[in-house]
Design a protein around this ligand. Structure first.
Ligand SMILES: *Cc1c(COP(=O)(O)O)cnc(C)c1O
Length: 394
């Protein structure tokens, strides 16, 4: 059936509609079952219909959905405290999406410089391959011009350096720079993990040149790297962290986390979000954080990550004709495919075999399992990869 003309055509949609989801699986209207290793692009961190998430949403939906941030929101204070207790940040601003979080992070960084009377410090340095969202300002933070084309003048104040190249970064730093904005693992850019030691070097440069470090953990944060936040594996402390995607386990919620000396520049009236941090979103986020921090969960996740990695390594070794290399980190994995097989075609073949995946730049197929997936489900996914590689002629 053709897609309704009443939907604006911003997505090249696949002709499937799902009627329900359970655990790691999605069930389509025509009765087919799919292992969901796309997770709504790293959103369904605990799969579908997790009983604890269902329970709190049912409970909260009969009590209170929305109140303005003009009042205290105890559910928000609770989630903020949990995030602060488990990170290097001291305070949190809640919003509804990734772009709102990255955009908010940039506002905090600039306001901090302004409040210190360094009013010239407005420049934001980003990396090649970066993706930070679709607002007008974030279009300028993104690397690929394709995203900006046709949307008017590029918002000033953003420039790019070669991802992984510390020298090119240093050459751009001066007293006009407010912050360096990076994804510890680039998602849309092709599941590209920062080279070892790169983030530590960025942190040192940021300190030396008096600017801030923003970690965009919208995709890799909330457990997907194997730790609660990806920065924690790099021995660094970002000044600002942007979160969204997995934070609500499927409920839309984003966050800007900051150290107090930075966040304190945001005084009443300087920023806001009508829906940000409403009780429904907060109850969902609270469950996600609790599940992640439950005894042994992250250790168990790390074993699954290791298992997936080992299986991917073997897979690539055994079928070099279509699989080029393993990329990414944790459960934001990628496999770069031979140019003979476009990532869209591979994704279609996987779907025909009951496995949902997502493409990324650099002809890379992304594997984004729910964080509570099982070893058996990982086996199923790898078997689909094997089946595809033995069935296609290249
Ligand atoms: C998806 C993504 C965003 C944008 O998030 P939206 O919720 O789509 O606005 C920003 N940064 C990163 C790293 C992302 O992966």
């Amino acid at each position: 059936m053709a897609l309704s003309p009443a939907i604006m055509k911003t997505y090249g949609r696949i002709d499937i509609a799902f009627s329900y989801g359970k655990g790691s699986y999605l069930f389509s209207e025509d009765g087919k079952k799919y292992l969901d290793y796309a997770t709504g692009i790293a959103v369904n961190s605990f799969g579908h219909s997790h009983p604890r998430l269902v329970e709190v949403l049912k409970d909260q939906s009969s009590k209170l959905w929305h109140v303005s941030n003009l009042y205290r929101i105890p559910e928000q204070e609770k989630v903020a405290q949990k995030l602060v207790d488990n990170s290097c940040a001291d305070q949190v601003f809640f919003c509804n999406s990734g772009a709102e979080a990255t955009e908010g992070a940039v506002k905090v960084a600039r306001k901090h410089a302004w409040a210190k009377n360094q009013k010239e410090r407005t420049e934001i340095i980003c990396a090649t391959g970066a993706f930070h969202g679709r607002t007008l300002a974030m279009l300028a933070a993104n690397d690929r011009p394709m995203f900006r084309e046709g949307f008017g003048p590029k918002v000033p104040g953003f420039s790019h350096v070669e991802w992984g190249d510390i020298k090119s970064l240093e050459s751009k730093l001066n007293d006009k720079v407010a912050a360096i904005l990076v994804e510890p693992v680039q998602g849309e850019g092709g599941a590209r993990k920062a080279p070892s030691g790169y983030l530590k070097e960025i942190e040192k440069l940021a300190k030396r040149y008096g600017c801030l470090l923003i970690s965009d953990e919208v995709q890799i944060g909330m457990g997907r790297s194997g730790t609660l936040f990806a920065y924690q594996q790099e021995g660094i402390e970002p000044d600002i962290i942007a979160l969204a995607k997995g934070l609500g386990g499927g409920f839309p919620v984003g966050a800007v986390m900051a150290k107090s000396e930075v966040g304190d520049s945001m005084v009443p009236g300087t920023h806001g979000s009508t829906f940000g941090g409403n009780p429904l979103a907060m109850r969902s986020a609270e469950v996600v954080i609790d599940l992640l921090l439950e005894n042994g969960f992250l250790e168990n996740l790390q074993q699954k990550i290791k298992y997936l990695d080992d299986r991917i390594e073997k897979l690539i070794k055994n079928s070099t004709k279509i699989f080029v290399k393993r990329k990414g980190k944790g459960f934001l994995r990628g496999i770069e495919l031979s140019e003979k097989i476009p990532v869209g075609d591979f994704s279609n073949l996987a779907r025909e075999n009951g496995l949902l995946l997502v493409g990324a730049a650099e002809n890379t197929i992304r594997i984004l399992p729910p964080l509570n997936t099982s070893f058996d489900e990982i086996d199923f996914a790898i078997n689909v990869f094997e089946k595809i590689s033995s069935s296609i002629e290249v």
